[in-house]
Design a protein around this ligand. Structure first.
Ligand SMILES: Cc1cc2nc3c(=O)[nH]c(=O)nc-3n(C[C@H](O)[C@H](O)[C@H](O)COP(=O)(O)O)c2cc1C
Length: 257
């Protein structure tokens, strides 16, 4: 049984049907000029509550209220593209602390990101004090695996597994846990945008993510709950590198049909 419920205030409802039309689950019907839910169970996405012009619909059981949208915030598409064009993975960081409010805003971007089936299955582990200890576990694991990787990849052979191979001495690392990996990665991308807007640099650490998912010991240290795995790991800090040119990318590969 869901802990959430779609609530319809029949005194306020005028039976306009906008909620029923918007509901992807076809879970709202209009009877006698009033909206009513068909089943108690649904996605609980809250689109019905978001479109109701009379504030007659709400979804119970969520910690935060649905905030009224006051103005149409529009990003300039050219600016957005420029941000994407010039964003780079950062692997050199200043030893400068990131204010707590900024970390919280980055986490908020993750929390607010949409999820498949509205699972809201994404959670976060912020590594600060425990960062080096946990990185060392991954370093030990990779050192054991390296001889095998070296056999298959000249690039792996050329790579040294140093003590800071995964986190590059960054002040903060955020490990993103999810049941559905795609959900976690979407959160990661939005978090990166907010971090970048604060002048921070970010690295997606696929290597740490792989090491952590392969190690029961690391997963226990990160307190990964049953059913979840590590979707992505964000290494974050103020960049100690300045990129003067955009990233080289292949030409657009697209088929219109
Ligand atoms: C999913 C993902 C995982 C990555 N994992 C690592 C990693 O473990 N270590 C690393 O140094 N770079 C990692 N990167 C960074 C990529 O190597 C980098 O994005 C790519 O070389 C292009 O460079 P740019 O991000 O500066 O444009 C990862 C990137 C992505 C998208």
């Amino acid at each position: 049984m869901s802990q959430h419920k779609v609530m319809i205030d029949t005194d306020k409802c005028v039976g306009c049907g906008i909620c029923a039309k918007t509901c992807v689950a076809h879970n709202i019907a209009i009877n006698d000029k009033k909206a009513e839910t068909v089943l108690d169970d649904c996605l609980m996405c809250g689109q019905c509550a978001a479109v109701c012009p009379k504030e007659a619909v709400s979804v119970s059981g969520y910690d935060d209220k649905q905030i009224k949208k006051e103005e149409n915030i529009r990003l300039n598409p050219d600016d957005v593209l420029e941000v994407i064009r010039f964003r780079r993975s950062v692997r050199q960081f200043k030893q400068e602390k990131i204010p707590r409010e900024i970390i919280e805003q980055i986490l908020e971007a993750g929390r607010l990101t949409h999820t498949a089936k509205n699972m809201q299955d994404v959670s976060f582990v912020v590594l600060d004090q425990e960062k080096d200890r946990i990185e060392q576990m991954a370093v030990s694991l990779f050192k054991k695996m390296k001889p095998f990787a070296d056999l298959f990849s000249p690039m792996a052979k050329n790579n040294k597994i140093t003590d800071h191979f995964f986190f590059f001495n960054a002040p903060v690392v955020i490990v993103i846990l999810a049941e559905n990996k795609t959900n976690g990665i979407l959160a990661a991308q939005n978090m990166e945008f907010v971090a970048e807007a604060h002048g921070l640099g970010v690295l997606f650490s696929g290597y740490f993510t792989t090491a952590a998912n392969a190690s029961r010991k690391i997963k226990n240290s990160l307190e990964v709950p049953r059913g979840k795995s590590i979707a992505m790991t964000l290494v974050i800090g103020y960049p100690d590198v300045k990129f003067l040119r955009s990233a080289p990318r292949k030409k657009l590969d697209v088929t219109y049909m």
